[in-house]
Design a protein around this ligand. Structure first.
Ligand SMILES: Nc1nc(=O)c2c([nH]1)NC[C@@H]1CN(c3ccc(C(=O)N[C@@H](CCC(=O)O)C(=O)O)cc3)C=[N+]21
Length: 283
């Protein structure tokens, strides 16, 4: 039976550190500030945004939520981003994804100043990550949070086979870069990969971010592997579950993240960590 990676408790630990950092910064007259911009009325998105705001407030971070109607024009949305680019009280700008389909989301992302890009989605920050540049810049929160978990549980990465399933810009691609920078041998698989299990069965570290419920079954996992489930799927009863068939994979894996209580809380904690870092770096 695998060790369950407790994302929730690790997130609590990280949040405690972040809270102390906020107190230190406040002594220097700096209050870290976050704005979350949300377009439209999607109820799930609204819940996420509320959770982020609540967590920020618990940690002493100044937080603003900017709600725009789904009818807002791309130019007006870009205007809102530019307003916060200029606002010295705001260190991090997050535009909640997804935007309405009519909008050019990459263009909106490019409008955020790279030094206020708390998600790490701006091409300048993506480029820094892919070039493995040293120095201070934000990194996509979900993959960075996963690296924090792997390090905390002392999972070896150097020379290991890491397989990432899913090539999104918010998870799969930055995950590939981080694991590669940590000297793993990385394979990035996706919906056109033929014979997926041939790759996953060889993975010492398997990160799954596809949005396909229970895509990964026990027979696709190498005994003793570390399995990280980024899925946020709903079962037939509306219950949150992952891309990994946890109940069976846990008997094969060495380490495994649950859903909920795994990657999700670490994503939020990493976001908070990065707002504080952005505030520190701006000093
Ligand atoms: N610009 C942008 N940045 C984001 O970081 C971003 C985004 N857009 N759009 C939506 C996704 C989704 N996301 C989640 C983070 C944490 C949980 C989380 O904490 N989940 C809990 C469970 C929550 C529940 O029960 O519904 C858990 O896994 O334990 C969920 C979802 C961030 N996102």
């Amino acid at each position: 039976m695998a060790t369950i990676i407790d994302g929730k408790s690790l997130a609590n630990e990280l949040n405690k550190k972040t809270k102390l950092e906020v107190e230190q910064l406040k002594k220097k007259g700096i209050v870290p500030g976050l704005v979350v911009i949300i377009v439209g009325e999607d109820p799930a998105s609204k819940i996420y945004v509320r959770n982020k705001q609540r967590k920020a407030e618990q940690l002493g971070i100044y937080s603003v939520v900017e709600e725009a109607p789904s009818t807002i024009s791309e130019e007006d949305l870009i205007g809102i981003v530019q307003k916060y680019n200029q606002d010295p009280a705001i260190h991090g700008i997050l535009v909640q994804s997804p935007l309405p389909k009519t909008m050019d989301e990459p263009r909106v992302t490019r409008t955020i100043l790279p030094e206020k890009d708390v998600d790490g989605f701006h091409p300048v920050n993506v480029g820094r990550l892919f070039a493995n540049l040293k120095g201070d810049y934000p990194i996509a929160c979900t993959p960075r949070g996963i690296m924090t978990m792997l390090k905390h549980y002392e999972i070896p990465m150097e020379g290991k086979n890491a397989v990432v399933v899913g090539r999104s810009n918010i998870v799969g691609r930055p995950m590939m870069a981080l694991l590669n920078n940590a000297n793993a041998t990385v394979t990035l698989t996706h919906r056109f990969t033929s014979n997926l299990s041939q790759y996953t069965q060889n993975a010492d570290i398997l990160v799954v971010a596809t949005g396909v419920r229970h895509l990964i079954k026990a027979d696709a996992v190498k005994p003793g592997a570390t399995v990280i489930d980024v899925g946020m799927d709903r079962d037939e009863n509306g219950k949150l579950t992952g891309d990994v068939d946890f109940d069976h994979v846990k008997d094969v894996a060495g380490f495994i993240t649950p859903v909920p209580g795994g990657v999700g809380p670490m994503t939020i904690a990493t976001l908070m960590q990065q707002i504080v870092e952005l505030a520190k770096w701006s000093d």
